[in-house]
Design a binder for this molecule. Structure first.
Ligand SMILES: NC(=O)c1ccc[n+]([C@@H]2O[C@H](COP(=O)([O-])OP(=O)(O)OC[C@H]3O[C@@H](n4cnc5c(N)ncnc54)[C@H](OP(=O)(O)O)[C@@H]3O)[C@@H](O)[C@H]2O)c1
Length: 252
């Protein structure tokens, strides 16, 4: 894809899952990738995994995005970047009655507040570089799912943030939102494993998309890289929905 060589790209949540697959693709496009995750050891392992002898440099930072000071440290450490990919996210399932204030704040801090803080803090460099912000939301930002009110609210808020930033920053920074459907990552695997009947839960995750399967992380990573590239230069404030047809409709 065009326009990614030598770009500096911060991807939150890139120690595993979708963010890690996106990092691998950006590196293949000649970009310099800044890995980020909560745990320092996982960041070190991801940097080692992605570092190629002849390839562009890979750097890593760790910190809990639920912590405002950790967000500030990340902003200071990064310097100017060309692309911010807000991919880190948390998924917690609970009925409305069982969802307390703690759960609400935990999910909102990572899924909405951190993307807003990072976009705000990194904005001077992003403006100078005519950069791109790619937020990773979900089909759950577009549909309601039972026992997922907080997660759905957080992903819907991220879509709203995307659109408002795109309007306000137009001319300087493009802002896009990738909305994946179900993806085979640790997030999905631990949600499936926590159900009383994990096999039925796995079938249920795979039954939503018209394609009747879950995606691989790489199938979402391609959309993230496209959004950041100059092949996507006429899009801003838009959603790129990669959900296997989940939101298109249902068979009757
Ligand atoms: N998997 C799906 O089915 C699916 C579907 C739609 C949307 N999404 C969205 O796609 C994004 C990536 O999901 P995934 O499935 O790849 O998740 P994952 O496999 O669980 O990986 C999550 C990543 O986010 C990081 N992270 C989580 N909480 C963090 C925190 N408080 N501070 C810093 N980093 C944190 C993790 O770092 P550590 O390793 O250090 O914990 C890890 O690198 C999320 O926003 C998710 O909501 C996923």
């Amino acid at each position: 894809m065009k326009g990614l060589t030598d770009k500096r790209i911060l991807i939150t949540g890139s120690t595993r899952g979708i963010g890690h697959a996106a990092a691998r693709r950006f590196i293949a496009e000649g970009a310099t990738v800044l890995i980020h995750g909560r745990q320092a050891l996982a960041v070190q392992a991801a940097v080692a995994d992605l570092s190629l002898a002849e390839g562009p440099a890979v750097t890593g930072f760790s910190g809990d995005l639920a912590d405002r000071q950790a967000c500030d440290r990340l902003i200071e450490s990064c310097g100017d970047i060309d692309v911010l990919v807000n991919c880190a996210g948390v998924f917690e399932t609970a009925t409305v009655e069982a969802s307390g204030e703690d759960l609400w704040h935990r999910v909102m801090e990572v899924n909405v507040t951190a993307p807003w803080r990072l976009a705000r803090g990194l904005l001077p460099g992003l403006r100078r570089k005519r950069g791109v912000i790619v937020n990773v939301s979900s089909d759950a930002g577009l549909l309601g799912y039972s026992q997922n009110a907080v997660y759905c609210a957080s992903k819907g808020a991220l879509i709203g943030l995307t659109r408002a930033l795109a309007v306000e920053l137009s001319g300087d920074v493009r802002v896009l939102c990738v909305c994946p459907g179900p993806v085979d990552t640790d997030m999905m695997r631990s949600a499936v494993a926590s159900e009383p009947d994990p096999e039925a839960a796995r079938r249920s995750w795979a039954s939503g998309p018209l394609l009747e399967r879950v995606a691989s992380p790489d199938e979402i990573a391609g959309a993230i890289v496209y959004a950041a590239s100059s092949d996507c230069s006429f899009a801003t404030g838009n959603l790129i929905v990669v959900d296997g047809g989940t939101t298109a409709g249902k068979r009757v």
